[in-house]
Write a protein that binds this ligand. Structure first.
Ligand SMILES: Cc1cc2nc3c(=O)[nH]c(=O)nc-3n(C[C@H](O)[C@H](O)[C@H](O)COP(=O)(O)OP(=O)(O)OC[C@H]3O[C@@H](n4cnc5c(N)ncnc54)[C@H](O)[C@@H]3O)c2cc1C
Length: 426
Protein backbone atom coordinates (compact mmCIF):
# COMPACT_ATOMS: atom_id res chain seq x y z
CA UNK A 1 0.00 0.00 0.00
CA UNK A 2 1.42 3.34 -1.04
CA UNK A 3 2.05 6.55 0.95
CA UNK A 4 2.57 7.10 4.67
CA UNK A 5 -0.31 9.16 6.01
CA UNK A 6 -0.21 11.03 9.30
CA UNK A 7 -3.38 9.22 10.37
CA UNK A 8 -4.73 5.78 9.56
CA UNK A 9 -8.40 5.28 10.38
CA UNK A 10 -9.71 1.74 10.70
CA UNK A 11 -13.43 1.48 9.89
CA UNK A 12 -15.62 3.85 7.88
CA UNK A 13 -18.73 4.07 10.05
CA UNK A 14 -19.79 7.43 11.48
CA UNK A 15 -16.89 7.35 13.97
CA UNK A 16 -14.19 6.61 11.38
CA UNK A 17 -15.56 9.10 8.87
CA UNK A 18 -15.66 11.81 11.56
CA UNK A 19 -12.06 11.04 12.55
CA UNK A 20 -10.98 11.37 8.91
CA UNK A 21 -12.81 14.67 8.53
CA UNK A 22 -11.26 15.98 11.74
CA UNK A 23 -7.79 15.04 10.46
CA UNK A 24 -8.47 16.84 7.22
CA UNK A 25 -9.52 19.94 9.21
CA UNK A 26 -6.09 19.83 10.83
CA UNK A 27 -4.38 19.62 7.44
CA UNK A 28 -3.23 16.07 8.23
CA UNK A 29 -3.00 13.39 5.55
CA UNK A 30 -5.34 10.47 6.31
CA UNK A 31 -6.15 6.99 4.97
CA UNK A 32 -9.34 5.16 5.89
CA UNK A 33 -9.43 1.36 5.63
CA UNK A 34 -12.86 -0.28 5.53
CA UNK A 35 -13.56 -4.01 5.40
CA UNK A 36 -16.97 -3.72 3.72
CA UNK A 37 -17.73 -2.63 0.17
CA UNK A 38 -19.50 0.51 1.39
CA UNK A 39 -19.16 3.25 4.00
CA UNK A 40 -21.55 3.93 6.89
CA UNK A 41 -21.29 0.72 8.94
CA UNK A 42 -24.41 0.36 11.06
CA UNK A 43 -25.94 3.41 9.39
CA UNK A 44 -27.11 1.66 6.22
CA UNK A 45 -30.14 2.39 4.10
CA UNK A 46 -31.27 -0.50 1.92
CA UNK A 47 -33.93 -0.64 -0.80
CA UNK A 48 -36.87 -3.01 -1.11
CA UNK A 49 -37.57 -4.80 -4.38
CA UNK A 50 -39.97 -2.05 -5.38
CA UNK A 51 -37.44 0.64 -4.58
CA UNK A 52 -38.53 1.85 -1.13
CA UNK A 53 -35.67 2.88 1.14
CA UNK A 54 -35.51 1.46 4.67
CA UNK A 55 -32.90 1.69 7.36
CA UNK A 56 -31.36 -1.64 8.23
CA UNK A 57 -29.52 0.03 11.13
CA UNK A 58 -29.81 3.56 12.52
CA UNK A 59 -33.13 5.19 11.66
CA UNK A 60 -33.97 7.94 14.14
CA UNK A 61 -32.16 11.21 14.54
CA UNK A 62 -31.91 10.92 18.32
CA UNK A 63 -31.69 14.18 20.29
CA UNK A 64 -32.80 15.63 16.99
CA UNK A 65 -33.05 19.19 18.27
CA UNK A 66 -29.27 19.24 18.84
CA UNK A 67 -28.04 16.44 16.60
CA UNK A 68 -25.59 17.83 13.99
CA UNK A 69 -27.07 15.40 11.44
CA UNK A 70 -30.40 17.26 11.70
CA UNK A 71 -28.73 20.46 10.48
CA UNK A 72 -27.00 18.44 7.76
CA UNK A 73 -30.34 16.93 6.69
CA UNK A 74 -31.78 20.44 6.43
CA UNK A 75 -28.83 21.57 4.35
CA UNK A 76 -28.94 18.58 2.00
CA UNK A 77 -32.73 18.53 1.74
CA UNK A 78 -33.24 15.15 3.45
CA UNK A 79 -36.77 15.32 4.91
CA UNK A 80 -37.58 13.92 8.37
CA UNK A 81 -40.69 13.48 10.46
CA UNK A 82 -40.42 15.88 13.41
CA UNK A 83 -43.25 14.36 15.42
CA UNK A 84 -44.26 10.99 16.76
CA UNK A 85 -47.14 9.44 14.79
CA UNK A 86 -48.37 7.32 17.71
CA UNK A 87 -48.43 3.65 18.65
CA UNK A 88 -50.94 0.89 19.32
CA UNK A 89 -50.50 -2.29 21.31
CA UNK A 90 -52.07 -5.59 20.28
CA UNK A 91 -52.91 -8.07 23.03
CA UNK A 92 -54.63 -11.45 23.36
CA UNK A 93 -58.08 -9.81 23.00
CA UNK A 94 -57.20 -7.38 20.21
CA UNK A 95 -55.96 -3.82 20.47
CA UNK A 96 -55.57 -2.44 23.97
CA UNK A 97 -58.16 0.24 24.69
CA UNK A 98 -57.31 3.82 25.67
CA UNK A 99 -57.55 3.08 29.38
CA UNK A 100 -55.13 0.14 29.13
CA UNK A 101 -52.70 2.15 27.02
CA UNK A 102 -52.85 5.03 29.52
CA UNK A 103 -52.18 2.55 32.33
CA UNK A 104 -49.20 1.04 30.47
CA UNK A 105 -47.82 4.48 29.61
CA UNK A 106 -48.07 5.74 33.20
CA UNK A 107 -46.52 2.57 34.61
CA UNK A 108 -43.68 2.37 32.09
CA UNK A 109 -42.90 6.11 32.44
CA UNK A 110 -42.64 5.56 36.20
CA UNK A 111 -40.44 2.47 35.72
CA UNK A 112 -38.04 4.34 33.39
CA UNK A 113 -37.97 7.22 35.91
CA UNK A 114 -37.13 4.75 38.70
CA UNK A 115 -34.19 3.36 36.70
CA UNK A 116 -33.02 6.91 36.02
CA UNK A 117 -33.27 7.83 39.72
CA UNK A 118 -31.35 4.70 40.77
CA UNK A 119 -28.58 5.50 38.32
CA UNK A 120 -28.55 9.21 39.17
CA UNK A 121 -27.92 8.21 42.79
CA UNK A 122 -24.63 6.75 41.56
CA UNK A 123 -25.55 3.07 41.82
CA UNK A 124 -23.77 0.95 39.24
CA UNK A 125 -26.22 -1.95 39.55
CA UNK A 126 -28.63 -3.64 37.14
CA UNK A 127 -31.40 -1.33 35.94
CA UNK A 128 -33.80 -4.21 36.68
CA UNK A 129 -33.35 -3.53 40.41
CA UNK A 130 -35.41 -0.35 40.02
CA UNK A 131 -38.22 -1.86 37.98
CA UNK A 132 -41.26 -2.35 40.23
CA UNK A 133 -43.28 -5.54 40.24
CA UNK A 134 -46.38 -5.52 38.07
CA UNK A 135 -48.74 -8.38 37.27
CA UNK A 136 -49.01 -7.38 33.61
CA UNK A 137 -46.42 -4.91 32.27
CA UNK A 138 -42.97 -6.16 33.25
CA UNK A 139 -42.55 -8.32 30.12
CA UNK A 140 -43.53 -5.53 27.79
CA UNK A 141 -41.26 -3.18 29.69
CA UNK A 142 -38.27 -5.53 29.32
CA UNK A 143 -38.82 -5.55 25.57
CA UNK A 144 -39.21 -1.78 25.23
CA UNK A 145 -36.19 -1.27 27.46
CA UNK A 146 -34.07 -3.63 25.35
CA UNK A 147 -35.07 -1.81 22.17
CA UNK A 148 -34.03 1.47 23.75
CA UNK A 149 -30.90 0.42 25.61
CA UNK A 150 -29.60 -2.47 23.50
CA UNK A 151 -30.15 -5.09 26.22
CA UNK A 152 -32.83 -5.91 28.81
CA UNK A 153 -32.77 -4.14 32.19
CA UNK A 154 -30.97 -7.01 33.96
CA UNK A 155 -28.01 -6.51 31.60
CA UNK A 156 -27.52 -2.74 31.77
CA UNK A 157 -26.07 -0.63 34.56
CA UNK A 158 -28.62 1.88 35.88
CA UNK A 159 -25.77 4.38 36.15
CA UNK A 160 -24.98 3.95 32.45
CA UNK A 161 -28.67 4.42 31.65
CA UNK A 162 -28.86 7.60 33.75
CA UNK A 163 -25.86 9.07 31.96
CA UNK A 164 -27.46 8.81 28.52
CA UNK A 165 -28.60 12.13 27.10
CA UNK A 166 -32.31 12.67 27.43
CA UNK A 167 -34.52 13.86 24.61
CA UNK A 168 -37.99 13.07 23.40
CA UNK A 169 -37.05 14.06 19.86
CA UNK A 170 -36.41 10.96 17.75
CA UNK A 171 -37.08 11.87 14.16
CA UNK A 172 -37.01 9.32 11.31
CA UNK A 173 -35.54 10.34 7.96
CA UNK A 174 -37.62 9.79 4.87
CA UNK A 175 -34.73 8.73 2.64
CA UNK A 176 -32.96 7.00 5.52
CA UNK A 177 -30.31 7.83 8.11
CA UNK A 178 -27.88 5.56 6.28
CA UNK A 179 -28.36 7.60 3.12
CA UNK A 180 -27.63 10.79 5.04
CA UNK A 181 -24.45 9.36 6.58
CA UNK A 182 -23.37 8.11 3.15
CA UNK A 183 -23.90 11.60 1.69
CA UNK A 184 -21.96 13.15 4.58
CA UNK A 185 -19.07 10.71 4.16
CA UNK A 186 -18.96 10.80 0.37
CA UNK A 187 -16.08 13.28 0.32
CA UNK A 188 -13.83 11.05 2.44
CA UNK A 189 -11.56 8.81 0.36
CA UNK A 190 -11.92 5.28 1.73
CA UNK A 191 -10.18 2.06 0.75
CA UNK A 192 -13.15 -0.30 0.60
CA UNK A 193 -12.95 -4.11 0.85
CA UNK A 194 -9.81 -3.71 2.94
CA UNK A 195 -10.17 -5.57 6.25
CA UNK A 196 -7.51 -4.73 8.80
CA UNK A 197 -6.09 -7.82 10.47
CA UNK A 198 -3.23 -6.49 12.64
CA UNK A 199 -2.17 -3.17 14.17
CA UNK A 200 1.42 -2.90 15.36
CA UNK A 201 2.36 0.09 17.52
CA UNK A 202 5.77 -1.13 18.71
CA UNK A 203 7.81 1.21 16.54
CA UNK A 204 7.74 4.97 16.17
CA UNK A 205 4.48 5.04 14.26
CA UNK A 206 1.83 2.43 13.48
CA UNK A 207 1.90 -0.47 11.02
CA UNK A 208 -1.46 -1.75 9.83
CA UNK A 209 -1.81 -5.04 7.99
CA UNK A 210 -4.52 -6.00 5.51
CA UNK A 211 -4.75 -8.79 2.91
CA UNK A 212 -3.97 -6.11 0.32
CA UNK A 213 -0.72 -5.11 1.97
CA UNK A 214 0.82 -3.19 4.85
CA UNK A 215 0.31 0.50 5.55
CA UNK A 216 2.50 2.66 7.77
CA UNK A 217 1.36 5.87 9.40
CA UNK A 218 2.24 8.16 12.27
CA UNK A 219 -0.91 7.45 14.30
CA UNK A 220 -4.15 5.48 14.13
CA UNK A 221 -7.77 5.82 15.16
CA UNK A 222 -9.43 2.42 15.50
CA UNK A 223 -13.14 2.94 14.78
CA UNK A 224 -14.21 -0.70 14.85
CA UNK A 225 -17.48 -1.92 16.37
CA UNK A 226 -17.32 -2.93 20.03
CA UNK A 227 -18.32 -6.49 19.15
CA UNK A 228 -15.46 -6.85 16.67
CA UNK A 229 -12.95 -5.57 19.24
CA UNK A 230 -14.29 -7.81 22.00
CA UNK A 231 -14.05 -10.82 19.71
CA UNK A 232 -10.43 -10.02 18.83
CA UNK A 233 -11.17 -9.67 15.11
CA UNK A 234 -8.09 -7.45 14.80
CA UNK A 235 -4.82 -8.38 16.47
CA UNK A 236 -3.01 -5.62 18.35
CA UNK A 237 0.74 -5.83 18.83
CA UNK A 238 1.41 -5.30 21.66
CA UNK A 239 -1.94 -6.33 23.08
CA UNK A 240 -4.27 -3.56 24.15
CA UNK A 241 -3.46 -2.69 27.78
CA UNK A 242 -5.32 -4.78 30.36
CA UNK A 243 -7.55 -1.91 31.64
CA UNK A 244 -8.72 -1.31 28.05
CA UNK A 245 -9.40 -5.00 27.43
CA UNK A 246 -11.30 -5.22 30.71
CA UNK A 247 -13.29 -2.10 29.84
CA UNK A 248 -14.25 -3.57 26.44
CA UNK A 249 -15.49 -6.72 28.18
CA UNK A 250 -17.51 -4.56 30.60
CA UNK A 251 -19.56 -3.18 27.73
CA UNK A 252 -22.31 -5.15 25.99
CA UNK A 253 -22.51 -4.86 22.17
CA UNK A 254 -26.32 -4.87 22.27
CA UNK A 255 -29.03 -6.78 20.45
CA UNK A 256 -31.26 -5.57 17.60
CA UNK A 257 -32.35 -6.74 14.17
CA UNK A 258 -34.94 -5.78 11.60
CA UNK A 259 -37.25 -7.37 9.05
CA UNK A 260 -38.65 -5.20 6.26
CA UNK A 261 -41.73 -6.44 4.40
CA UNK A 262 -43.53 -5.01 1.41
CA UNK A 263 -47.30 -5.42 1.50
CA UNK A 264 -50.36 -4.90 -0.57
CA UNK A 265 -51.25 -1.21 -0.15
CA UNK A 266 -54.88 -1.99 0.77
CA UNK A 267 -53.83 -3.91 3.89
CA UNK A 268 -52.57 -0.78 5.60
CA UNK A 269 -55.08 1.67 4.12
CA UNK A 270 -56.49 2.68 7.52
CA UNK A 271 -53.16 2.82 9.33
CA UNK A 272 -51.52 6.16 10.20
CA UNK A 273 -48.26 6.56 8.26
CA UNK A 274 -45.06 5.87 10.24
CA UNK A 275 -47.01 4.75 13.31
CA UNK A 276 -45.96 1.89 15.55
CA UNK A 277 -47.44 -1.44 16.58
CA UNK A 278 -46.30 -3.44 19.61
CA UNK A 279 -47.51 -6.72 21.04
CA UNK A 280 -48.52 -7.19 24.66
CA UNK A 281 -46.38 -10.27 25.20
CA UNK A 282 -43.08 -11.46 26.60
CA UNK A 283 -39.59 -10.85 25.28
CA UNK A 284 -40.08 -13.01 22.16
CA UNK A 285 -41.79 -10.33 20.21
CA UNK A 286 -41.47 -7.77 17.45
CA UNK A 287 -42.63 -4.20 17.02
CA UNK A 288 -43.46 -2.68 13.68
CA UNK A 289 -43.14 0.67 12.09
CA UNK A 290 -46.22 0.61 9.85
CA UNK A 291 -46.60 2.31 6.47
CA UNK A 292 -43.23 4.02 6.77
CA UNK A 293 -43.68 7.49 5.23
CA UNK A 294 -46.91 6.28 3.63
CA UNK A 295 -45.18 3.45 1.76
CA UNK A 296 -46.80 0.01 1.41
CA UNK A 297 -44.36 -1.61 3.78
CA UNK A 298 -43.61 -2.34 7.43
CA UNK A 299 -40.30 -2.57 9.25
CA UNK A 300 -40.21 -5.00 12.17
CA UNK A 301 -37.81 -4.46 15.09
CA UNK A 302 -36.46 -7.39 17.09
CA UNK A 303 -34.80 -6.52 20.40
CA UNK A 304 -33.09 -8.24 23.31
CA UNK A 305 -31.55 -11.74 23.28
CA UNK A 306 -34.44 -12.94 21.09
CA UNK A 307 -33.03 -10.78 18.25
CA UNK A 308 -29.85 -12.90 18.36
CA UNK A 309 -31.67 -16.22 18.77
CA UNK A 310 -33.94 -15.73 15.79
CA UNK A 311 -31.11 -14.32 13.65
CA UNK A 312 -29.23 -17.56 14.35
CA UNK A 313 -32.23 -19.50 12.98
CA UNK A 314 -31.90 -17.60 9.70
CA UNK A 315 -33.78 -15.09 7.54
CA UNK A 316 -36.72 -17.42 6.88
CA UNK A 317 -37.40 -17.76 10.62
CA UNK A 318 -37.29 -13.98 11.02
CA UNK A 319 -39.67 -13.44 8.10
CA UNK A 320 -42.05 -16.18 9.28
CA UNK A 321 -42.17 -14.64 12.75
CA UNK A 322 -42.95 -11.19 11.36
CA UNK A 323 -45.64 -12.60 9.04
CA UNK A 324 -47.31 -14.51 11.85
CA UNK A 325 -47.59 -11.37 14.00
CA UNK A 326 -48.99 -9.37 11.06
CA UNK A 327 -51.56 -12.09 10.39
CA UNK A 328 -52.55 -11.91 14.06
CA UNK A 329 -53.42 -8.25 13.65
CA UNK A 330 -54.63 -7.98 10.08
CA UNK A 331 -56.26 -11.39 9.70
CA UNK A 332 -55.41 -14.56 7.79
CA UNK A 333 -55.89 -12.82 4.43
CA UNK A 334 -52.86 -10.72 5.26
CA UNK A 335 -50.50 -13.62 4.55
CA UNK A 336 -51.31 -13.46 0.83
CA UNK A 337 -50.78 -9.71 0.79
CA UNK A 338 -47.28 -9.80 2.21
CA UNK A 339 -44.82 -9.54 -0.62
CA UNK A 340 -41.04 -9.48 -0.44
CA UNK A 341 -39.01 -9.37 2.75
CA UNK A 342 -35.45 -8.49 3.76
CA UNK A 343 -33.66 -9.14 7.05
CA UNK A 344 -30.56 -7.97 8.92
CA UNK A 345 -27.79 -9.94 10.61
CA UNK A 346 -26.08 -7.37 12.83
CA UNK A 347 -25.42 -9.77 15.70
CA UNK A 348 -23.56 -12.51 13.83
CA UNK A 349 -22.09 -10.49 10.97
CA UNK A 350 -18.33 -10.35 11.73
CA UNK A 351 -18.20 -6.69 10.66
CA UNK A 352 -20.62 -5.60 13.40
CA UNK A 353 -21.13 -8.38 16.00
CA UNK A 354 -23.63 -6.22 17.85
CA UNK A 355 -26.16 -3.43 17.52
CA UNK A 356 -25.61 -0.62 20.04
CA UNK A 357 -23.87 -0.82 23.35
CA UNK A 358 -24.71 -0.60 27.01
CA UNK A 359 -22.48 -0.93 30.09
CA UNK A 360 -22.99 -4.10 32.10
CA UNK A 361 -23.94 -3.70 35.77
CA UNK A 362 -20.82 -2.73 37.73
CA UNK A 363 -19.03 -1.50 34.61
CA UNK A 364 -20.30 2.03 34.01
CA UNK A 365 -16.73 3.36 34.29
CA UNK A 366 -15.74 1.31 31.22
CA UNK A 367 -16.88 4.07 28.89
CA UNK A 368 -14.47 6.57 30.46
CA UNK A 369 -11.61 4.10 30.13
CA UNK A 370 -12.13 3.48 26.41
CA UNK A 371 -12.13 7.23 25.74
CA UNK A 372 -8.56 7.62 27.02
CA UNK A 373 -5.84 7.43 24.35
CA UNK A 374 -4.44 3.87 24.29
CA UNK A 375 -1.00 5.28 23.53
CA UNK A 376 0.15 8.65 22.20
CA UNK A 377 -0.36 7.23 18.69
CA UNK A 378 -3.46 5.10 19.10
CA UNK A 379 -7.01 5.97 20.15
CA UNK A 380 -10.36 4.16 20.00
CA UNK A 381 -13.57 5.56 18.54
CA UNK A 382 -17.09 4.23 18.12
CA UNK A 383 -20.58 4.58 19.49
CA UNK A 384 -19.52 2.69 22.63
CA UNK A 385 -16.83 5.26 23.39
CA UNK A 386 -19.08 8.13 24.45
CA UNK A 387 -20.53 8.75 27.90
CA UNK A 388 -23.91 10.25 27.08
CA UNK A 389 -24.48 9.71 23.34
CA UNK A 390 -23.51 6.04 23.22
CA UNK A 391 -25.54 3.85 20.92
CA UNK A 392 -26.17 6.74 18.53
CA UNK A 393 -24.75 7.86 15.21
CA UNK A 394 -24.01 11.34 16.54
CA UNK A 395 -22.20 9.81 19.54
CA UNK A 396 -20.07 7.73 17.18
CA UNK A 397 -19.30 10.87 15.19
CA UNK A 398 -18.32 12.82 18.32
CA UNK A 399 -16.09 9.95 19.48
CA UNK A 400 -14.28 9.95 16.12
CA UNK A 401 -13.61 13.67 16.41
CA UNK A 402 -12.35 13.18 19.96
CA UNK A 403 -10.06 10.27 19.05
CA UNK A 404 -8.58 12.11 16.07
CA UNK A 405 -7.90 15.19 18.20
CA UNK A 406 -6.16 13.01 20.82
CA UNK A 407 -3.65 11.41 18.47
CA UNK A 408 -3.19 14.42 16.20
CA UNK A 409 -2.35 16.69 19.13
CA UNK A 410 0.44 14.21 19.90
CA UNK A 411 1.75 14.97 16.40
CA UNK A 412 1.52 18.71 17.07
CA UNK A 413 -1.56 19.09 14.88
CA UNK A 414 -4.80 20.74 15.90
CA UNK A 415 -7.75 22.14 13.99
CA UNK A 416 -7.71 25.80 12.94
CA UNK A 417 -9.45 27.97 15.55
CA UNK A 418 -12.22 29.12 13.23
CA UNK A 419 -13.24 25.52 12.57
CA UNK A 420 -13.85 23.62 15.81
CA UNK A 421 -13.41 19.85 15.63
CA UNK A 422 -17.11 19.28 16.31
CA UNK A 423 -18.37 21.53 13.49
CA UNK A 424 -20.19 19.71 10.68
CA UNK A 425 -17.87 19.74 7.73
CA UNK A 426 -19.98 18.25 4.94
C1 LIG B 1 -30.83 -2.22 14.26
C2 LIG B 1 -30.14 -0.96 14.69
C3 LIG B 1 -30.88 0.18 14.92
C4 LIG B 1 -30.26 1.38 15.29
N1 LIG B 1 -31.00 2.51 15.43
C5 LIG B 1 -30.38 3.70 15.64
C6 LIG B 1 -31.11 4.92 15.55
O1 LIG B 1 -32.32 4.90 15.29
N2 LIG B 1 -30.43 6.08 15.75
C7 LIG B 1 -29.09 6.12 16.03
O2 LIG B 1 -28.52 7.21 16.20
N3 LIG B 1 -28.38 4.97 16.10
C8 LIG B 1 -28.99 3.78 15.91
N4 LIG B 1 -28.27 2.62 15.89
C9 LIG B 1 -26.85 2.65 16.31
C10 LIG B 1 -25.94 3.26 15.25
O3 LIG B 1 -26.17 2.61 14.01
C11 LIG B 1 -24.50 3.08 15.68
O4 LIG B 1 -24.35 3.63 16.98
C12 LIG B 1 -23.49 3.79 14.79
O5 LIG B 1 -23.85 3.71 13.43
C13 LIG B 1 -22.14 3.17 15.04
O6 LIG B 1 -21.14 3.83 14.32
P1 LIG B 1 -19.62 3.38 14.50
O7 LIG B 1 -18.82 4.18 13.56
O8 LIG B 1 -19.28 3.39 15.94
O9 LIG B 1 -19.60 1.83 14.08
P2 LIG B 1 -19.98 1.17 12.71
O10 LIG B 1 -21.00 1.99 12.01
O11 LIG B 1 -20.29 -0.24 12.96
O12 LIG B 1 -18.63 1.28 11.87
C14 LIG B 1 -17.57 0.39 12.04
C15 LIG B 1 -16.99 0.08 10.67
O13 LIG B 1 -15.87 -0.79 10.83
C16 LIG B 1 -15.87 -1.71 9.73
N5 LIG B 1 -15.04 -2.85 10.07
C17 LIG B 1 -15.34 -3.94 10.83
N6 LIG B 1 -14.28 -4.75 10.90
C18 LIG B 1 -13.27 -4.19 10.20
C19 LIG B 1 -11.91 -4.53 9.92
N7 LIG B 1 -11.36 -5.65 10.40
N8 LIG B 1 -11.18 -3.68 9.17
C20 LIG B 1 -11.71 -2.53 8.65
N9 LIG B 1 -12.98 -2.17 8.88
C21 LIG B 1 -13.76 -2.96 9.66
C22 LIG B 1 -17.34 -2.03 9.57
O14 LIG B 1 -17.61 -2.59 8.30
C23 LIG B 1 -17.98 -0.66 9.77
O15 LIG B 1 -18.11 0.04 8.53
C24 LIG B 1 -28.85 1.41 15.47
C25 LIG B 1 -28.09 0.27 15.24
C26 LIG B 1 -28.73 -0.90 14.83
C27 LIG B 1 -27.89 -2.11 14.55
Amino acid sequence: MSGEPALIVVGAGAAGLAAAKAARNCGASVKVLEAAGRIGGRAHTRTTRNGYPWDAGAHWLHHAERNPFTALADRLGHAYLARFAGFRIFGAAGFLDDREVADWTAWSDAAFAAVEALGASGQDVAAAEAVPEHPRWRHLFANWYAALAGAPPDQESALDYARSADSENNWPLERGYGALVAAWGADVPVELDTPVTRIDTRGKGVVVETPKGTLRGKAAVVALPLGALRAGRVRFVPELPLPVREALQGLHPGYANKVALELDEALLADVAPTSYLSFDEGPETIRFQLRSFGRPMVVGYLAGPFAAEIEAEGPQAMIAFARERLVRVFGSGAARRIDTAQTTDWLHNPLSLGAYSCALPGHAAARTQVQQPVTERLALAGEYAHTSLYGCVEGARASGERAAAQVLSGLGLSPPRAQPVSAPSA
